[in-house]
Ligand binder design. Structure first.
Ligand code: FAD
Ligand code: A2P
Length: 275
């Protein structure tokens, strides 16, 4: 689905002379709950693939209404891409979902986050574990050559309720194969493992269940995770992150951070219990 919804005055209310305003260059609506968009990149913005920034619009009172967003594009890209939920009555996304090319958004150029390659010790296999919009930081890392320079195998496990909710990730992985910069490396190293939980699909089940049962290892012909070889990055709801942590710790992996690299790192895909 690629429909474009009409712009509202509120959504376009960021004045061009504001510092930190960036121009929207493209918008794609994937489902009635999900869309992605691209904006111009501030020349001063340097970030590591996997980090997030604060973006937003002006509210009715003219004050910036900002939320954390993972940058979904890689650090070498001229533009910035974001992948967003549409929360019914969400203060920001009820407006943000109406942006169109030419509109402006606010982007604070101060990237931060734990889902960076620097926060992991060297290893052989890298696991990206995500639900819903939690795939956004991995959309960045999957397009970064450094990911493939550092690891022999990269596995992208993404679980959503329905097939349509997987489509952004599916198309991204598909186009990666012909990408000039990472295509060859990704074709040889990237294993994509999408699953649904509430609609029939060729692969089903929660990330947690497929790891705990060993199904994903059997399906991909990989050995079970172990601390000597496997590294993981996790991004989903709080409940997902808690459950995945327990499984990774069960395999002997320990949580790391920028200042203390270890075997896995975790970031919240959003604050709250879901919609
Ligand atoms: P809010 O008032 O912020 O949220 C209302 C409720 O909606 C939340 O309590 C929660 O229950 C639910 N919700 C919010 N975001 C999501 C989501 N992404 N998926 C499912 N349910 C959600 N959101 C993105 O869409 N893409 C991103 O790349 C992204 N990156 C984030 C990175 C970090 C580190 C954090 C902390 C949050 C991130 N978020 C992301 C969430 C984002 O900051 C906002 O919460 C979201 O845009 C909704 O804003 P809102 O003002 O409309 O509603
Ligand atoms: P399920 O359908 O079994 O709840 P949501 O749309 O609610 O954000 O969920 C996105 C995906 O994450 C769904 O497929 C959901 O599976 C899965 N999920 C939700 N909570 C957990 C959890 N604690 N552990 C593993 N997967 C989860």
């Amino acid at each position: 689905m690629n429909d474009v919804t009409p712009v509202t005055e509120a959504a376009a209310a960021v004045k061009p002379h504001l510092p930190d305003a960036q121009t929207v260059t493209a918008v794609t609506h994937w489902t009635d709950r999900l869309f992605s968009f691209r904006v111009t990149r501030p020349r001063s913005l340097r970030f590591r693939s996997g980090e997030f920034v604060m973006i937003g619009l002006l509210d009715d009172a003219g004050k910036p209404l900002l939320r954390a967003y993972s940058i979904a594009s890689p650090s070498w890209d001229d533009e910035l891409e974001f992948y967003s939920i549409k929360v019914p009555d969400g203060p920001l996304t009820s407006r943000l979902q109406h942006i169109r090319p030419g509109d402006e958004i606010i982007l604070r150029p101060k990237p931060v986050g734990t889902l960076v390659l620097d926060a992991l010790l060297p290893g052989r296999r890298l696991w990206f574990l995500a639900t819903g919009t939690g795939i956004a930081p991995f959309a960045s890392l999957m397009r970064d050559p450094e990911t493939y320079e550092k690891f022999d195998t990269v596995v992208m496990m993404h679980t959503c309720r329905t097939v349509a909710e997987l489509e952004y990730g599916r198309q991204l992985v598909e186009t990666l194969k012909t990408d000039d910069l990472v295509g060859e490396m990704a074709a040889g190293k990237l294993l994509y493992y999408p699953t649904t939980t509430r609609e029939p699909f060729d692969r089903m089940g929660r990330v947690t269940d497929n790891l705990a049962s060993g199904k994903v290892f059997a399906d991909l012909g990989l050995p079970p995770m172990e601390p000597a070889t496997d590294r993981a990055m996790v991004c989903g709801s709080l409940a997902f992150n808690v459950d995945v942590r327990a499984i990774l710790e069960g395999f002997g992996l320990r949580e790391g951070a920028n200042s203390d690299p270890r075997e896995y790192v975790v970031e919240k895909a959003f604050v709250g219990e879901g919609i």
